[in-house]
Design a binder for this molecule. Sequence first.
Ligand code: F6P
Length: 292
Amino acid sequence: MIDTNSPIETVVATIARTASEIHQGLVGRRVTTDDENPSGETQFKADLFADELLADRLSSVDGVAQYASEERAEIVDCGGGTLAVAADPVDGTSNLPSNNTMGTVFGIYDAPLPAPGTALVAAGYVLYGPITTMMVARDGTVTEYELAGGERTVVRDDVTIPDDPAVYGFGGRVPTWTDDFREFVRTIEMDEALGLELHYSGAMINDINQVLTHGGIFAYPALEDSPEGKLRLQFEGNPIGYIIETAGGRSSDGSTSLLEVEPTDLHDRVPLHVGSTELIDRLEGTLAADSG
Ligand code: F6P
């Protein structure tokens, strides 16, 4: 039974409410600014708007000690409590100009940031699709909600990754993939019995939601010129790893669970591979065989 008055649930409810403001605030903010985030990426007006909203709303929640995001260099000290919220306020901004699906990702850690994924007590994301949905993992279970008119309605309890994988999607340009990752992709694409279909949108949260809904695999792997890949451990890797593992799947940096990766810096990147257990096992097998 979820204690709706707990600080964790208050954070989840606050993000759900803020998400509808973020969604409405996208209008007129699908354009870039002259600013860059700490990872060196050009920021959209929507990134800055959503980050400010989340910082403002979450810093006044009792029990939240820290707020951090992909869009700001420093951690916001929110006062009391032990919880730290790490967010990617608008994930997948390259989908904004074309008006395609993207989302908001968050992890709630019971530890000061940067923290490993083992310190997560909840994680989730909001998907701004044809309708707005929210996936939340906590207490060993994943719940899907629809958000509409300020209300959050449960549409699926105990979400688990389907047993029979159906879709795949991988980020990064193919010529920049490592040889062993390219070999893994070739073998699963040619596996008729597996029968995977390519579903790749360029917005991680959308691709993850497809894997969670249909079964399969998503990765933004290590690249030849970027061995840590692109995605950020605190804001993307850990929350997504936590959600997928809670739903019965696996996460990996190539050899171990994302949740076991020790952070060295708030804005660390990590190679991210998540999805159905058999596919992540197979990926790790290929990477280990080729590096051995
Ligand atoms: O920054 C995150 C993100 O937008 C993800 O949502 C997406 O998976 C990835 O970057 C796509 O990056 P690129 O288009 O640079 O390969």
